[in-house]
Design a protein around this ligand. Sequence first.
Ligand SMILES: [Zn+2]
Length: 385
Amino acid sequence: MLRLSPWARLGLACGLLGLSLGWSPGARAAEGHGDDHGKPAAKATSKEPGKDAGKEPAREGSKDAGKGGREGGREGLRAEVEKAGDKPEAAGVSMTELRDLIDQKIAEVRSKNETAPVLRVSPKTAPAPRARAKAGTAQAPGNSPQAAAAAAAHRAGSQGHDVHWAYAGDTGPESWGRLRPEFQTCMLGKRQSPIDIRDGIPVQLEPIQFDYRPTPFKVIDNGHTVQVNVEPGNAISVLGHRYELVQFHFHRPSEERLNGRQFDMVAHLVHKDVDGKLAVVAVLIEQGKAHPAVQLVWNSLPLEKGLEQRSPVMMDLLALLPQDQRYVTYMGSLTTPPCTEGVLWMVLKQPVQFSREQMNVFGRMYPMNARPIQNAAGRMIKDGQ
Ligand SMILES: [Zn+2]
């Protein structure tokens, strides 16, 4: 049986509280919540828009876990205290008073530590974004500048300052460039996408070689679009360059226009080469007969945003393409923040068809997720004949 004065008990209690809250400058630094707040992440390896949503549940989850941990810690502490002195009243301080003292101390501690940062990222949830990054399922994959910028955005997001960009309103396309320093290219870039593709120079372009095959895939609603993350093993070759297919996703209506014509939807097939350079094949979509491949995507729509749903069947990715694969090509950018440039665009001129019902499936989730047309600014456009 422990004989401690009430103040000694309080000291013990605060010690326990300190342990349970995990205050330690080292721990803070390790979790990246320290001095680098808001600065670009120099050693970022990979991350893109597609991941934004993916990380959200983990972050929310860890917040809750943090809260739970704090509350749990206090209850646990009370239990400890009650166990330590079986009859506090005998020492002249009632248990109620002792609890009040502890609560007061907890409040002091919280006000000093405001956000109790360590608790927000638990060991369980912290590695998740890194693991996903390795899987290469992002919209802007690679270790290039866009990845660093996106990773910075990600880190900022994980500190509770997530930037919610949208297709309308205060955080709509006109504001993207001001939402974060990493998004400046959206406002200042000179080779932005999408554009109205017209007056291309008619030339004979080397056909894109599609090395696509039946492939397992996962579907995610990332809060900006429906995205399909495909297993590795699919690639295109163009101009002697090989780009691996990472993911494809949809916009409604089509972002790009062909000679002024906007299509009902478009699919963007995002590829990257070994250096992280991006090549996007755009497949325009018009209303017509049902498309068997996209039906597989719709069938595997996850019930919750940010969660990947694995399809029980494989998809023959060649089925996504139109028969005639002639294309127009130009250099542009990602059409979502951070709007990174240096993206090789190849827009297939022949559209594929979705049925009205299939269009509506996407339309119920994303009636409008197309960035407005950007200035083509005298860019070279080649029109394959
Ligand atoms: Zn896109």
